[in-house]
Design a protein around this ligand. Structure first.
Ligand code: MTE
Length: 364
C-alpha cells in the first residue's frame, strides 16, 4: 500500500467504502487507481476473467452469451476518459445543515476520473438486435446488498437512448491496466455523465426491456426525495430517479483547515456537469461572495471528464473562507446554499463549495 492509499478516508471496511482526501485528487486530473474512490453495497465478488460470462437478453432478436475473449474479438476497442461521481458525494455538507441518519458522511472525494478501455455498449446491443419496444437497458451484478429491502443483488438501468449513444461502455481496463476487482473487474459498465450508481460493477446480465429495472437501487435508492418527505411513509417508486450528474464543483487545494502564509495562494479544483453539458466558467471568492475572481480552466479531457481549474487569490491574514461557483454550458449556475438542496437521503449536494483556511503573516 502506498502512502497515498493509506491516506484514504475509510467510511466502512465491509462493504468497502472509502474516498481519497482532497490532496490526493488534486495531484492528477486522471485519478490514480489506488486512490479512486470505492463505493460498495455488498461484498465484492471474485470472478476469474476466464470464468466471466455476460448474458444479453430480453427484448433482443439474438440473445448473446459473451466471454471476455468474445468482447475483445468481436467489437472495436474504445477508450473514454470519464468522471464517476457518487450521488452521495459531498453529503457531509448536507449533514451539517440537518442530520441524515444511516448514510455515509461522504466528503469531497466520492468522485474520481479514469481512462476506461473496453467496448461500446451500443455495439454489443446492435449485435443482439434491440427490438423496437425496448425503452430501458437493465444491468445485473452478483454482489448481494444486505441493506436493500428485501436484500438482493445489485442492479440498475438506463434509457435505451443513453445505452446506445456510444459513450456507455463495457470496460475491462482502467488507466491502461486490467480493471481491478475493487472497481468491477473483470468487466463493469461505465455510464459517463450519469451518477456512479448506474455504472454497474461485475456486470453479468444485460436485459433490454420496456420499463426501468425493478432492482431496489433503481426503484427505492438513488431517487431524490423532496425535503419534506416522511421517510417512514415512502413507497417503492417515490421521488425522482437520479440520472445525469448535476453541475458541481469543489476546491481540492488548499485543504480545508490548512494553515498557510497570507498573500498570493493558488487555489485548484474541479468542475463537472453530466450528460450533454460542459463547464463554461468558474469563479473564486475569498470574501464570502462579495467579490469574485474568474478561474482559469485547465485542459479539456473531453465531454465526460471533469475540468480542473485554478486561480491565484490574495489571502488576507486570519481565518479565510474560500468559495467557488461554476456555470455550465446551459448557463446554469450552482445553487449557493446547501440548505436549499438538502434532501432526506443526502444526494446531489452541488451547493457552492467552500474551504476555510488560516492565513498567517510571515514573521520577520
Ligand atoms: N455495482 C455493483 N455491482 N455494486 C455496487 O455496490 N455501487 C455503485 C456503482 N456500481 C455498486 C456498483 C455506486 S453507488 C457507485 S458510486 C459506483 O459503482 C462506484 O464505483 P467505484 O467503486 O469503482 O468508485
Amino acid at each position: 500500500m502506498t502512502t497515498t492509499e493509506r491516506a484514504m478516508v475509510v467510511h466502512q471496511q465491509e462493504p468497502y467504502n472509502a474516498e481519497p482526501p482532497r490532496s490526493a485528487l488534486a495531484e492528477s486530473v486522471v485519478t490514480p487507481v489506488g486512490v479512486f474512490y470505492g463505493r460498495n453495497h455488498g461484498t465484492m465478488p471474485r470472478i476469474e476473467p476466464q470464468d466471466w460470462r455476460l448474458q444479453v437478453d430480453g427484448m433482443v432478436d439474438r440473445p448473446l452469451e459473451l466471454s471476455l475473449a468474445d468482447l475483445k474479438d468481436r467489437f472495436a476497442h474504445r477508450e473514454v476518459v470519464a468522471t464517476l461521481q457518487c450521488a452521495g458525494n459531498r453529503r457531509a455538507g448536507l449533514m451539517a445543515v440537518r442530520d441524515i441518519p444511516g448514510q455515509h458522511p461522504w466528503g469531497p472525494g466520492a468522485t474520481s476520473t479514469a481512462r476506461w478501455g473496453g467496448v461500446s455498449l451500443a455495439d454489443v446491443l446492435a449485435a443482439a438486435g434491440l427490438q423496437p419496444g425496448a425503452t430501458d437497458i437493465a444491468f445485473a451484478a452478483p454482489d448481494v446488498a444486505p441493506e436493500a429491502s428485501p436484500p438482493q443483488t445489485y442492479g440498475a438501468s438506463i434509457s435505451v437512448a443513453k445505452a446506445t449513444a456510444g459513450e456507455t461502455m463495457l470496460v475491462w481496463e482502467m488507466n491502461g491496466e486490467p480493471l481491478p476487482v475493487a472497481h468491477g473487474g473483470p468487466v463493469r459498465v461505465v455510464v459517463p455523465g450519469h451518477i456512479g450508481a448506474r455504472s454497474v460493477k461485475w456486470v453479468e446480465r444485460i436485459t433490454a426491456q420496456g420499463r426501468p429495472s425493478d432492482n431496489f437501487f433503481q426503484t427505492s435508492a438513488y431517487r431524490l426525495l423532496p425535503a419534506d418527505t416522511d421517510l417512514s411513509r415512502t413507497r417503492v417508486g417515490d421521488g425522482f430517479p437520479l440520472t445525469a450528474v448535476a453541475l458541481n464543483s469543489d476546491i481540492l487545494r488548499p485543504d480545508d483547515h490548512a494553515v498557510l502564509p497570507s498573500g498570493p495562494t493558488r487555489v485548484l479544483g474541479y468542475a463537472y456537469a453530466g450528460d450533454d453539458r460542459g463547464i463554461s466558467r468558474v469563479d473564486v471568492s475569498v470574501d464570502g461572495g462579495r467579490s469574485w475572481q474568474q478561474a482559469e480552466l485547465e485542459a479539456d479531457l473531453g465531454p465526460w471528464a471533469w475540468r480542473f481549474w485554478h486561480a491565484t487569490v490574495g489571502l488576507p491574514a486570519g481565518e479565510v473562507t474560500i468559495t467557488a461557483r461554476a456555470w455550465d454550458t446551459t448557463a446554469a449556475l450552482q445553487p449557493e446554499h446547501p440548505e436549499s438542496v438538502w434532501n432526506p437521503k443526502g444526494y446531489i449536494n452541488n451547493a457552492w463549495p467552500t474551504v476555510t483556511v488560516t492565513a498567517c503573516d510571515a514573521v520577520a
